[in-house]
Ligand binder design. Structure first.
Ligand code: G3I
Length: 372
C-alpha cells in the first residue's frame, strides 16, 4: 500500500467517524435563522466587557442587538455642544465584532431628552426653526458617525397616544405634527441605506394601530423613507392575546417591514389597568404586587411559556414581513420590569434566569420552528 493511499484512507476514516462530527448546538438565533433575527437589548456592562454572565449568552443566542439606554439623547448628547460617544462606540464595536444586526435606539423621543433641548440660553422656549435645526444636528451627527455600521434606527419613539392621536410632547408643541416626518427625512439624508422605524408600545390597541398606519403612510406618501413599524411588545401573561397582536401585524405589513423591538412578558400582578410602557406612570410597592420573590410557581411558568409561544407562533406566521424579534434585556435580573411600574419587585419577564440559565420557555421557543 503506497504511503499516499494510506494517508487518504486515514483521512477518510477521520472524516466519517461519528465522534468527529461537529456538534451543532441549538440556540435561539440558530433556531430562527431562516426566519428573522433574534435580538436583545444590552446594557453598558455587556458591551464594555464587565458582565461575564450576560456576554456569553448574548454571543451564543442573539444575532441582533439594541442599546437599552446609551443612545438616548440624555446619554449621548447631554449638553448643547457635548456628545458622549464612548459607550455608543463600544456598543457598535461589540455588534460588529460578533457579526450582529445593529439597531440604534433612539433618535427622537419625548422621554430621556434634557430640558435644554427645547430652550435657548435664556431658558426661553425655542422657535420651530431653531428646534428643527437642533434635531437635525443631533440626528445627522449620530447617524453619520455610525453610517453603514448601525443597520436600523428607531427614528421616532412613542409619538402616539393610545387612541391613535398624536402625543402633545414638546416636539409636537413646538414643531408641529411634521416633526416626525422631519426626523425621518434627516435620518434618511444621513444614511440612505439604514432601516428606519417608527417604534411604539400598546400597538395591539386597534385605535393606536390605526393611528400608526395613518402616520407612517402619510410620511411615506411624501417620498420619505420609513422602513416600517417597530412593535415594542411589552406584554403580560394576562395579555394581549396572540390574536390581538396578529391583527395589528396584518395592518402594519401593508406599510413594509415589521420589527418586534422590545419584547418581554411580565408575570406579576398588574399594578394598574394599563399595559403600556409609559415610564412616567408608577405605583407603590405592596406585598401583593410582589408575590414571587422566592421563585416562579409552576402555574406562572407555564402561563408565561404559553404566552411567549402564542406570540412566536404569530411571528412565524408573519415571517415574510417580520425581520427581527428583540427581547428587552438578556436575563430576568437585568429587566426594567423589576423596576417599573413598581420599583423593587422580582419579575421574570425574559428568557434567561437570574443565574444566566436558559429558562424552560427559551427551550420551548427553540423547538418551535422545527415543529412547524
Ligand atoms: O445609570 C443611572 C445610574 O447611574 C443612576 O444611579 C440611577 C438612578 O436612578 O439611574 C440609572 O439610569 C437609569 C437607567 O434606566 C439605567 O438603569 C435611569 O434612571 C432610568 O430612567 C432608565 O430607565 C430606562 C427607561 O427606558 C428610560 O430611559 C430603562 O432602563 C429602559 O429599559 C427603558 O426602555 C424603554 C425604551 O427605551 C422605550 N420603550 C419603553 C422601554 C421601557 O420603558
Amino acid at each position: 500500500m503506497s504511503k499516499s493511499f494510506f494517508l487518504f484512507l486515514a483521512a477518510l476514516i477521520v472524516t466519517c467517524s461519528p465522534q468527529e462530527k461537529p456538534e451543532t448546538e441549538q440556540t435561539l438565533a440558530s433556531a430562527y435563522q431562516d426566519y428573522f433575527y433574534i435580538g436583545a437589548a444590552l446594557n453598558t456592562s455587556q458591551y464594555n466587557g464587565t458582565d461575564q454572565r450576560g456576554i456569553p449568552i448574548v454571543k451564543k443566542h442573539f444575532n441582533s442587538i439594541t442599546p437599552e439606554n446609551d443612545l438616548k439623547w440624555d446619554r449621548i448628547h447631554p449638553q448643547p455642544n457635548r456628545f458622549n460617544f464612548e459607550e455608543a462606540d463600544q456598543f457598535v464595536e461589540f455588534g460588529e465584532k460578533n457579526d450582529m444586526f445593529i439597531v440604534g435606539h433612539v433618535l427622537v423621543w419625548h422621554s430621556q431628552t434634557p430640558d435644554w433641548v427645547f430652550e435657548d440660553e435664556n431658558g426661553e422656549e425655542l422657535s420651530r426653526e431653531a428646534l428643527l435645526e437642533r434635531m437635525e444636528n443631533h440626528i445627522t451627527t449620530i447617524v453619520t458617525r455610525y453610517k453603514g455600521r448601525v443597520n436600523g434606527w428607531d427614528v421616532v419613539n412613542e409619538a402616539l397616544n393610545d387612541d391613535g392621536s398624536l402625543r402633545e410632547s414638546k416636539w409636537y408643541q413646538i414643531i408641529g405634527a411634521d416633526f416626525i416626518a422631519k426626523a425621518f427625512e434627516f435620518a434618511q439624508a444621513a444614511d440612505p441605506d439604514a432601516e428606519l422605524y417608527y417604534n411604539d408600545y400598546s400597538l395591539f390597541l386597534p385605535e393606536k394601530a390605526d393611528g400608526a398606519v395613518r402616520l407612517v403612510k402619510e410620511i411615506q406618501e411624501q417620498g420619505i423613507k420609513v422602513t416600517g413599524i417597530g412593535i415594542q411588545g411589552h406584554y403580560m401573561i394576562g395579555g394581549p392575546s396572540g390574536e390581538e397582536v396578529e391583527t395589528s401585524i396584518k395592518k402594519f405589513k401593508e406599510l413594509g417591514v415589521v420589527a418586534i423591538t422590545e419584547l418581554d412578558v411580565d408575570v406579576l400582578p398588574a399594578a394598574f389597568q394599563f399595559m403600556g410602557a409609559d415610564i412616567s406612570m408608577r405605583a407603590d410597592l405592596r406585598d401583593e404586587l410582589n408575590p414571587y420573590t422566592e421563585g416562579m410557581p409552576d402555574s406562572i411558568k407555564q402561563a408565561q411559556i404559553d404566552r411567549y409561544t402564542e406570540y412566536f407562533e404569530v411571528f412565524m406566521r408573519h415571517r415574510d414581513a417580520i425581520n427581527r424579534v428583540t427581547t428587552w434585556g438578556v436575563t430576568d435580573g437585568d429587566s426594567w420590569k423589576n423596576g417599573w411600574p413598581v420599583s423593587g419587585r422580582t419579575n421574570y419577564a425574559l428568557l434567561f434566569d437570574r443565574q444566566g440559565n436558559e429558562k424552560e420557555v427559551a427551550k420551548v421557543l427553540m423547538e418551535l420552528p422545527s415543529k412547524k
